[in-house]
Design a protein around this ligand. Structure first.
Ligand SMILES: NC(=O)c1ccc[n+]([C@@H]2O[C@H](COP(=O)([O-])OP(=O)(O)OC[C@H]3O[C@@H](n4cnc5c(N)ncnc54)[C@H](OP(=O)(O)O)[C@@H]3O)[C@@H](O)[C@H]2O)c1
Length: 266
């Protein structure tokens, strides 16, 4: 119980979307927060609101794909708050498009953010926990793109698929250390994730039809999304399980709207 009241949560990509929501939900529980992202003004704004809710917060610049930036963020936040015992690998992005039409920079950015960044952040966070013999939770923000790999999101699906393997590998590697690995496998949730996608009705319809052909349910199509707060609640539930219990995976999807039943069968 004491441990749950005094968690120190490090969140990557805390400037928007799910990271912002997780930060505010943790702040409302009085947990300490280390918040990082590339857009410092946005992360400072989240920090201000978390402080207003009563949380002690360190906020700073973080680019998860850059190992120097990761090291700086961890050492500065540890100097203020101590070792984080919840590491939320939240930073991530996706740009839809066929692989053979994408440029190198776009592919590289997705892999560096969604996979390499998770490796850098997890390595640094786990090193502190193990060295200090502290219990802790490392959270991966996975996606249903890992279990239903998507056409038009091949790179994204591959990075999220890799997290599935990474989480299993790591949980075995860390047996007996008290460090637990938790993965959230999410369907669409409210955030800024698709803010720079082509959202014209034609583009959405084409993408929806594309997804449907490959067996994704209607409830997972663009347009049906979960509140970000529900993702935060699920995460908090997982990391507050008592010692001796591991919540390995949480699958969380939007429910289909009422009245969609017949349409969904067509
Ligand atoms: N929303 C969904 O439907 C959904 C579904 C499945 C999985 N997910 C996963 O949930 C996570 C959060 O996504 P979201 O939906 O909240 O998207 P979002 O609203 O676009 O937020 C993404 C966050 O990642 C940060 N970020 C991107 N690149 C970064 C980098 N190199 N270093 C540090 N931070 C970086 C962004 O901040 P800056 O730009 O300021 O750096 C932003 O705060 C992602 O891993 C995503 O794959 C989301």
């Amino acid at each position: 119980m004491t441990e749950q009241r005094h968690r120190t949560v490090l969140i990557t990509g805390a400037s928007a979307g799910l990271g912002e929501s997780i930060a505010l939900a943790c702040a409302n529980r009085g947990w300490r927060l280390a918040l990082g992202a590339r857009r410092v003004d946005r992360v400072e704004d989240v920090a201000r609101r978390a402080r207003e809710a009563g949380a002690e917060v360190y906020a700073g610049p973080l680019d998860v794909g850059n190992e120097d930036s990761v090291e700086r963020f961890f050492s500065e936040s540890e100097a203020v708050l101590g070792v984080a015992d919840v590491i939320v690998n939240n930073a991530g992005l996706s740009k839809p498009g066929l692989l053979h039409e994408r440029d190198t920079a776009g592919i590289r950015l997705e892999v560096e953010t969604n996979l390499l960044g998770v490796l850098f952040v997890t390595r640094r966070g786990v090193a502190s926990l193990v060295e200090n013999e502290k219990r802790g939770d490392v959270v991966f923000m996975g996606s249903d793109a890992a279990t239903n790999p998507r056409p038009g999101q091949a790179t994204y699906s591959a990075t999220k698929g890799a997290l599935e393997i990474l989480s299993t590998s790591l949980s075995r590697e860390l047996e007996g250390t008290g460090v637990r690995i938790v993965k959230l496998r999410l369907g669409p949730a409210m955030s800024e994730f698709a803010a720079d996608w082509d959202l014209s009705p034609d583009a959405v319809e084409t993408r929806t039809e594309f997804f449907r052909r490959f067996g994704l349910r209607d409830a997972r199509h663009y347009g049906n999304v979960m509140p970000a707060e529900e993702v935060a609640e699920a995460l908090i539930f997982a990391v507050t399980r008592p010692p001796g219990v591991v919540m390995d995976t949480i699958d969380l999807y939007p429910e289909a709207p009422m009245g969609n039943a017949i349409k969904g069968l067509r």
